[in-house]
Design a protein around this ligand. Sequence first.
Ligand code: GLN
Length: 454
Amino acid sequence: EGFIAAVAAAKPLNAFLVETPDHALAAADAADKARAEGAPMGSMAGVPIGMKDLFCTEGVATTAASGILDGFVPQYESTVSANLWRAGAGMLGKLNMDQFAMGSSNETSAFGNVVSPWRRKDGGNAPLAPGGSSGGSSAAVSARLCPGATGTDTGGSIRQPAAFVGISGIKPTYGRCSRWGTVAFASSLDQAGPMARDVRDCAIMLGAMAGFDAKDATSLDLPVPDWEAGLSSDLKGKRIGIPKEYRVDDMPGEIDALWEQGIAWLKDAGAEIVEVSLPHTKYALPAYYIIAPAEASSNLARYDGVRYGLRDLPDGAGLQDMYAATRAAGFGAEVKRRIMIGTYVLSAGFYDAYFTQAQKVRTLIARDFEAAWESCDLLLTPTAPSAAFALGEKSADPLAMYLNDVFTVPSSLAGLPAMSVPGGLDKDGLPLGLQIIGPALDEQGVLNAGLAIE
Ligand code: GLN
């Protein structure tokens, strides 16, 4: 009830699009009852969480923060949310986000930006971006409106917002969490994961979210390890790689200092530090911003005014006019930009020059990581090239916004587990995040290094 009241009182953050107090209360009651009866309880019994509005929730409006899904109420539950309810969790509400998860600041939402609960120490009271696309999730957890929230990460949308508000978040190996019932952005990259106050909560929540699902063709048919039981901050015998290509030229000194601090913490935990090279790193961002829009342009073709949500049918209009009017009215500017880029790079004349080329780069990036695992067990990097920026600061410049993802997209392209944990505050008193990247399926190693840092 405390969380429900906190959510209701936190309207200025604009983190929640829909509040579902009854759902959370029902889970709490069920947990109380099970406890009283000594019945078995799930790993998240009674825990109230926030649900990113990308996950379809049965009977509860789901918009992906887009006008085009206005009025859409799913008749089914996403696998990830169903798994969480099975573990006993309850839903406080649906969380704001960048429209269709496209963005790094939560400013592309059709329902207004989310405001970070953080402020610069000096330097006025300018409202800051909570990061994106899971900006409602990061703001809600950071403001203590919920102990945990779901996020999704296509190119950094769990890790970057977690870093901006000083919480933890992990994107598991591609295929760990089912994509079924999650609104698709770029299907070969999209992964769900938890955002929470600490590493242990992430381990518990990821355990509840993950698992094989026959309804997702890319779901991994593997048992879900007990990550919480496996937690250990003893890193003796672990080699941590520092990829030299991540030392980008214009990186602020504070980010460098954060990185050095992270290295020191991991050494203290017993790890050995080694320098490694990921030579194709600089091609990751351009490749991502071809592949992700290409897949998005294909996935978003389904929003045609017939099947879901919004329909704009001008008087006397035919089918084509309805498609055009609906899409013109329903999609936001960033979504339209991605659809246009994606359609262009997939068009017959340009396919080989852009899409095929980007796919080749993706393979080279995955091979870079494979080679790195010969000399190290995990990688440590900053999560983002800066602390949270002010709302409005980058929203007029898509390229400046895309550059924010420079450290998070390579591991996304390679499908690897990666986590952001808080690494301290910058001179303005704003949180900075450290990223740990691991080999496929080694969420445990990633979580353990995160534990050593936190
Ligand atoms: N910021 C990146 C983008 O806009 C990543 C988004 C995400 O991971 N969903 O595409």
